[in-house]
Design a protein around this ligand. Structure first.
Ligand SMILES: NC(=O)c1ccc[n+]([C@@H]2O[C@H](COP(=O)([O-])OP(=O)(O)OC[C@H]3O[C@@H](n4cnc5c(N)ncnc54)[C@H](OP(=O)(O)O)[C@@H]3O)[C@@H](O)[C@H]2O)c1
Length: 297
């Protein structure tokens, strides 16, 4: 399947391009970036063609892999879906509910396959943990803390949209996706803020379990961590979040996207509908944070 890569930044270079190059059934044939030199350089490394024009880029491929900020991803992904391209999306899928709804509608109408790269959901050890969580059952709740250091000056993820949106939108999608998959669909969220971009969430899950999480991008590297566990009648089960191989995880996501596209299967546990639903939780949390900051709640 001919893939085009949207984005030429750090994540595109260290994760998306290598994963596209190594995955059976995918071929990186086109690169789109707003910086023509960066697009030519990255495309050149993989024998792909660089593009400046989005329509010409889309016309030359079967599927798109995204590594750009969410507000840049959403409109291009919507156009791509309308043109029948399968989508490997990054989290969060969009920054507004309207943009996410538009993408879902385009995917639905075109009948294309979609997968959102909630990294941990594609790690074999986390999948084994989730299988055990489901086998055991009887969970009362979940607890998690994901303290990132992306906003430290020398961090390659210290990018404008992260400085603007903070941990809720960058790390929040991973945490909500994981708590949703382990404890069931999230039916409500309560959010409060701490210093800098520190955000606390309380989630209610469909079958009665509740979970809490703290996220930030402002931790020092000494304080950084990613921890989550569920607890209930059979004890406590911690998620193995210590080691991540993002290229292997993305390669798994790409393989599943290609298999679904070939089978005419549009649904996946991490498809664009799920990405939209996770985004709704974040958007509601953001509304509450904005109201609290303004002194209304
Ligand atoms: N799943 C994961 O674990 C994981 C990990 C890291 C990142 N991500 C996701 O990957 C995506 C990319 O992240 P990133 O760290 O590479 O940084 P980023 O700042 O989100 O994206 C960098 C890329 O986007 C381009 N870009 C920025 N603003 C643009 C605009 N207005 N129009 C067109 N292009 C624009 C940049 O172009 P210039 O170089 O010209 O500025 C660069 O190519 C994000 O959605 C992020 O959430 C996911």
């Amino acid at each position: 399947m001919r893939f085009g890569l949207v984005g030429t930044g750090y994540w595109a270079r260290v994760t998306h391009a290598p994963a596209l190059a190594r995955t059976e059934g995918t071929e990186l044939t086109a690169v789109w970036g707003r910086d023509p030199r960066a697009a030519a350089e990255l495309a050149g490394e993989y024998g792909a063609t660089p593009y400046q024009d989005v329509s010409a880029f889309l016309a030359a491929i079967d599927a798109v892999s995204f590594a750009v900020p969410p507000d840049v991803q959403a409109p291009i992904a919507t156009q791509a879906a309308r043109e029948g391209k399968h989508l490997l999306l990054e989290k969060p899928v969009a920054l507004t509910e309207a943009a996410a709804d538009g993408m879902v509608e385009a995917v639905e109408q075109a009948g294309v396959a979609s997968v959102v790269f909630f990294t941990q959901r594609f790690q074999p050890d986390v999948r084994a943990w989730l299988a055990e969580v489901h086998d055991r059952g009887g969970w009362t709740g979940g607890v998690s803390a994901w303290l990132g250091s992306a906003l430290q000056e020398s961090n390659p993820f210290n990018t404008p949209w992260r400085r603007d949106k903070g941990g809720l939108w960058d790390i929040g999608p991973h945490v909500v996706s994981l708590l949703w998959a382990s404890l069931g669909p999230v039916t409500s969220v309560t959010a409060d803020f701490g210093p800098a971009d520190v955000t606390h969430l309380v989630l209610h899950h469909q079958d009665g379990a509740t979970s809490t999480t703290t996220v930030t991008l402002s931790a020092t590297t000494a304080a950084a961590c990613a921890e989550a566990y569920v607890w209930g009648e059979s004890g406590r089960l911690a998620a193995p979040l210590g080691s991540v191989d993002p290229v292997a995880a993305l390669s798994a996501a790409l393989s599943e996207l290609v298999a679904n596209a070939r089978a005419g299967q549009t649904r996946h546990p991490c498809d664009v509908w799920f990405g939209r639903d996770v985004g709704r939780v974040l958007a509601e949390a953001q509304r509450q944070l904005d109201a609290r900051r303004a002194g209304f709640a």
